[in-house]
Design a protein around this ligand. Sequence first.
Ligand code: SF4
Length: 98
Amino acid sequence: MSVQDGGIEGAYNLAAAKPGGDNGDAPMPEYRNDKVVVRYDPKICIHAGECVRGLPSVFNVSKKPWIDVSGASADVIAEQVKRCPSGALTYELLKKAE
Ligand code: SF4
């Protein structure tokens, strides 16, 4: 699995937000199961905390990896990702496994 934890430490603490550029050209971390893949671009996250407040069973900065796509249904995750104000989170629904 090529999951790479991008982390959003300080999601609740804007003062702790790091300036961009610390991730260089590293590939965007992605978190997936057989129903959904969530991608996170730490370079454009504004640490608004919308994700961790809205769906803490999936987005939890005290866990590693901080995104757990098994924490909610793919549709619920998709709805939360749509609320990311910066566009740092994106998702893709995968074919449903029977
Ligand atoms: S909702 Fe988006 S911008 Fe806000 S903390 Fe989560 S990833 Fe970052």
